[in-house]
Design a protein around this ligand. Structure first.
Ligand SMILES: [Zn+2]
Length: 305
C-alpha cells in the first residue's frame, strides 16, 4: 500500500476526480468506456510542457537548417537515412509477421475493435504479431502517414494460455499512443527528441499517459500486463506486485536515476506503483479477489454432503 505523497508526482496530479467515486466494478456490469473526453483528462501533466519545449527547440533547429545552405545537405541526408532505415524495418515486419484480422487471431481483432471504441480512436491501425525470440513487448509505429501496432508473439502466447486481460492492457497502451498523436506529431519535434535528456523525458511522460488510458480501459489487466513485461509470461504470476512497486523507493541512487533519465520508458516499478494506486484498478483487483473467493468457497450442495 502506498501513501498518495509517495506516488510519482505527475501521476498523482493527473488522477481524475471522477475516478475517486465508486464505479460499476462491483455490479458485474462492464467497465465504463473512457471515451475521448476522459482520455484527455488522463494526459500526464508534464507531457504538454515537454512537447512545447521540444517544439521550440526543433523549430529553431529546423530554421537553422533552412537559413544556412551548408546544413541542407546534412538535413536531407539525415531525412533520407531515417526514412530508409525505418522503411526497411517496417517492410521486414509487414513482410514476415502475421497480420491480425477477422480470420487471423479473431479474438485479438475483436479486442482491438472494442478497445478502439473505448479509447475513442477513429480507426484501428493494422496489428501484426511478430516472433520475438522470447521477449515480451509491443510497440506502435508510424510510417508515411500510416500507423501500425506490433505485438511480440510471446505476449500473444501468454494471452491464449492465461487469458486476454494482460494482452488487452498492452494493446490498449499501444492504441493510446496512436490516439494521443504521439506518433503523428513526432516529426515536428524530431530534432529535439535526439537531445539526450529532454527527448527521453517527453517519451516517459507519454508512457505514463498511455499506461493511465490503458488502465482505465482494461483495469483488470493493468497489473498483469506490467508484471509480464518485468518477469516474463510465466514468472509474472508469482511476483508480489506490492513489493515490486515498492522498489520505486527502495532501489534508488545515482545510477538508477541516471539509467532512468537516459531511458524512453519510466522504471517498471514506478509504472506499476502509479497504476496500482488508481481507484479503478483497486476496485477491479478487489472484484477479482471476491470472485476467486466465491469460486473456492464450498457450495450449498457440498455442505450438505
Ligand atoms: Zn508506450
Amino acid at each position: 500500500m502506498f501513501r498518495d505523497r509517495e506516488l510519482p508526482i505527475g501521476i498523482r496530479k493527473s488522477m481524475p476526480v471522477k475516478d475517486m467515486e465508486p464505479t460499476e466494478a462491483f455490479t458485474g456490469e462492464p467497465m465504463p468506456a473512457p471515451g475521448y473526453s476522459q482520455t484527455a483528462e488522463l494526459v500526464h501533466p508534464m507531457e504538454k510542457p515537454l512537447f512545447v519545449a521540444c517544439l521550440i527547440i526543433s523549430m529553431f533547429l529546423y530554421l537553422c537548417i533552412l537559413f544556412f545552405p551548408p546544413f541542407w545537405g546534412v538535413g536531407v541526408m539525415l531525412l533520407l537515412l531515417g526514412l530508409i532505415s525505418h522503411g526497411l524495418v517496417l517492410g521486414h515486419i509487414r513482410g514476415n509477421s502475421i497480420r491480425v484480422s477477422v480470420h487471423q487471431f479473431p479474438e485479438i481483432h475483436q479486442a482491438a475493435e472494442q478497445l478502439r471504441q473505448q479509447i475513442g480512436l477513429g480507426e484501428a491501425p493494422p496489428i501484426y504479431i511478430m516472433e520475438s525470440g522470447g521477449m515480451l513487448n509491443a510497440f506502435a509505429t508510424r510510417f508515411l502517414s500510416k500507423d501500425y501496432v506490433v505485438l511480440y508473439s510471446n505476449v500473444v502466447e501468454m494471452a491464449y494460455e492465461q487469458g486476454m486481460d494482460a494482452l488487452k492492457f498492452v494493446l490498449a497502451h499501444e492504441l493510446a499512443h496512436v490516439h494521443q498523436g504521439h506518433l503523428r506529431r513526432r516529426w515536428l519535434i524530431g530534432p529535439a527528441l535526439l537531445m539526450p535528456f529532454l527527448g527521453k523525458a517527453y517519451y516517459r511522460a507519454c508512457e505514463y499517459t498511455c499506461d493511465l488510458i490503458a488502465a482505465h480501459a482494461v483495469p483488470q489487466g493493468a497489473k498483469g500486463g506490467l508484471l509480464a513485461l518485468s518477469a516474463g509470461k510465466h514468472l509474472h504470476q508469482r511476483v508480489n506486485a506490492e513489493s515490486f512497486a515498492a522498489q520505486t523507493y527502495t532501489e534508488g541512487g545515482f545510477w538508477v536515476w541516471l539509467a532512468e533519465i537516459a531511458s524512453t520508458h519510466p522504471r517498471l516499478p514506478k509504472r506499476l506503483a502509479a497504476i496500482m494506486e488508481l481507484p479503478i484498478v483497486k476496485q477491479s483487483q478487489l472484484k477479482q479477489e471476491l470472485l476467486a473467493q466465491d469460486s473456492s468457497a464450498p457450495t450449498h450442495m457440498s455442505l450438505q454432503n
